[in-house]
Ligand binder design. Structure first.
Ligand SMILES: NC(=O)c1ccc[n+]([C@@H]2O[C@H](COP(=O)([O-])OP(=O)(O)OC[C@H]3O[C@@H](n4cnc5c(N)ncnc54)[C@H](O)[C@@H]3O)[C@@H](O)[C@H]2O)c1
Length: 340
């Protein structure tokens, strides 16, 4: 199979590309190389004759129209992905996560037979009450500009399915973690801070509940979606059932890194912070999928990866500026050490 994978220099896309090349497919990786990208993420495939990198933007309709002529499947991982950044500056999220998807949809519409697999998130449902799991038909209630842009893209996709009969697959995943995730995200942020014995800035009371899945388990689910007969279900929820408050994740990271619990540093909460996400993953399980990596094992693997590879990423000027802008004031005003 020949695939156009967008956003393949980021966290999830790079792991999926590794698997696709291993499975014998041909891959074109279209990535705009935003701050979130790291070309080192593609080191394992860069020398393969079945891999090609194209530096470009999914909003570039002419480029996308050209590239789709070369492939059988388009997989869209390109996105602005960090909720906190969407609170500071939502417009780039609308541009890439909505307009970019519109460009891909138009390209797919004009190339009959081309399949599109689009990556979405549990955040489209907003915060769920205790005990509730979102099934694939639950109405959207996004609460951040990031989640709203992802939900808007899904509405467009639903309209294209309905109007043009396009068999577009949407994968909604819970929070993924593992090697290569940008250090601004919760788990890498806390691991890298813990490894350096620096404060771990925990938003609010730290009781926000998230569902965590190790990246290899996601890749396994993705492979099954791609191989499903007749394209499989139109919407697939990929999630682990491992739901924990953020504070508990912080404590596990302290345990794995030997950092003292006193480094967990409560800070002013993220505005509008959702309390709880939870997906009903029966659609993924119907494909024979089940997660294999328990949270503590996945976290231990992730800690080891950041122990070896984390430093170079933290030293980037862009990351340092972001950390200071996002946390310096909060940490200065926080109630350090209370959780220890
Ligand atoms: N990480 C998670 O836990 C998670 C969970 C559910 C869903 N998702 C979704 O999965 C997808 C990938 O997430 P990730 O964590 O790998 O993101 P990431 O931020 O690590 O990587 C995003 C990649 O997209 C590229 N990109 C951004 N804008 C682009 C544009 N306009 N054109 C081309 N490339 C562009 C970036 O350069 C980067 O390489 C996103 O759609 C995200 O919403 C992520």
């Amino acid at each position: 199979m020949k695939l156009l994978v967008t956003g393949g220099c980021g966290f999830i896309g790079s792991h999926v590309i590794d698997a696709l090349i291993l499975d014998g497919h041909e891959v074109i990786n279209l990535d705009a190389l935003t701050y979130a990208a790291d070309p080192a993420n593609n080191a394992a495939v860069a020398g393969s004759p079945r891999y090609r990198f194209v530096h470009g933007n999914i909003c570039d309709a002419a480029l996308v129209a050209d590239l789709v002529n070369e492939v059988d499947v388009v997989v869209n991982f390109a996105a602005e992905t960090h909720v906190d950044r969407s609170l500071h500056d939502p417009v780039p999220f609308v541009r890439t996560d909505v307009e970019g998807v519109a460009v891909l949809l138009e390209a797919v519409r004009r190339r009959p037979g081309l399949r599109l697999v689009h990556m979405s998130t549990d955040e489209v449902f907003g915060s769920l009450p205790p005990g509730v799991e979102a099934d694939v038909n639950r109405p959207f209630a996004p609460a951040s500009p990031y989640a709203a842009s992802k939900a808007a893209a899904e509405l467009l996709i639903a309209a294209y399915r309905h109007t043009y009969g396009l068999p577009i697959t949407v994968i909604r995943a819970c929070n993924l973690y593992g090697p290569r995730q940008h250090p601004e995200k919760f788990i890498p942020l806390f691991i890298t801070q813990a490894l350096r014995r620096e404060p771990m800035p925990l938003y609010g009371d730290g009781l926000q509940e998230r569902e965590w899945l190790y990246i290899d388990d996601f890749v396994d689910a993705f492979r099954r979606v791609l191989a499903a007969p007749d394209g499989g279900p139109l919407v697939v929820h990929v999630a682990s059932g491992e739901r924990l408050p953020n504070r508990r994740i912080a404590e596990l990271i302290c345990g794995l890194t030997g950092a003292p619990l006193s480094l967990i540093h409560p800070v002013a909460d993220r505005p509008g912070h959702d309390r709880r996400y939870a997906l009903d993953a029966s659609t993924a399980r119907a494909l024979g999928w089940a997660p294999k990596v328990p949270l503590e094992e996945g976290l231990a693997r992730t800690v080891e990866w950041y122990r070896v590879h984390g430093r170079s990423r933290l030293e980037r000027e862009e990351y340092r500026r972001w950390f200071v802008a996002q946390y310096a004031e909060r940490l200065g005003a926080g109630k350090g050490g209370e959780s220890g």
